[in-house]
Design a protein. Sequence first.
Length: 427
Amino acid sequence: MLIYVVKEGDSIFRIANRFQVSTEQIVNINELETPENLVVGQALVIPSNQYVVQQGDSLYSIGQTFNISQQQIAEVNQIQPNTSLEVGQILQLPQKQKTRAYFNAYAEPIGDSVSETLRQSTRRRTRHLSYLAPFSYRVNRDASLVEPPLDQFPQIAAENNAALMMVVTNLEEGEFNKELGRLIVTDQQFQDNLLSNIINTANQVGYRDIHFDLEFLPPETREDYNQFLRKAKQRLSNAGLQISTALAPKTSAEQEGAWYTAHDYAAHGEIVDFVVLMTYEWGYSGGPAMAVSPIKPVREVVEYALSVMPAEKIFLGQNLYGYDWTLPYEPGGEFAKALSPQQAIQLAKEQNVHIQYDEESQAPFFFYTDDEGKRHEVWFEDARSIQRKFDLVKELNLKGVSYWKLGLAFPQNWALIESRFDVVKNP
């Protein structure tokens, strides 16, 4: 599997010939609705490891295009690195070895039912998952739980040998509630009742992991949260259940803030079975335009986590969405519109603009002007940006990747998982 970036003058037919594959294969794997209209700068995954030499190609230039060393290409083809190439010559490109890893994805129904889009997305993508996480069970003030619409999720998980993850949150009226969070982590009787309700629900539905996503906790409850997790770990382990947590993206133990202070990386790493780092939302709907998960700050969070917990406990959080900002950015002004990678490419196509790629953040972006004359800036994910995150997972031997969230079209991501990883099943 290769990643190819569309250039000026490319067509689906020329690209197919270049890689010795059919147009149908490229269309299907990238889910191209209008393959005759490609966008310059669009990243395609190509189901091939062959390349037909073009005019002006060299082993070096080909290696640069596909992020493969000149020496590697020479070795695979049993030629010298400085060999002159002939137009039309077919080269074999080295295949990347598969790595064993875990994958999770949250599935968030909007409202009281599961949309057909989310249902179909979950059905199609759970074969690539170790865990499926319906979002979320909301905790009431009496320690009871409000169940999310589950629809066919348990059946889909079972059919695909994926474990169900029970996500428990302190969401109240659509927002993480600080005082509800305080109640959960400080009141002993409340905790006993809550854990009993969680275990009963897990047994009824078939959950394997209990995932606490408690956010916006009062800063002074940091140790209270740790103690709650210790109690929860004992109760859940006795019931044969795993326990995990979601952690805000921190780069030091001293990092303060409403979303950060109460999340103790070292303690969570010691207590729970694994964590999900929420390594996204640097670019967010209410902020200035930028990459949602730029590679440098993502790496900084992971490296801090690795300093206090083992790599095999760390899921890298990854967004399956981007944002369309209206410029100029004004604090408190218009919120950016969320969109999937496929929607972003379609928007660039409609606006007849090229997709650019920022090497520092390792993310694609583009600008356009709408019908009202307003300037827009769009950042999203593509095959190149997700491959950089996969490289990070492999380099640092992390447990795997956790996605927020299903229902957003990004076919290249799933194709690359299949090509690059052996997904662990029945964890």
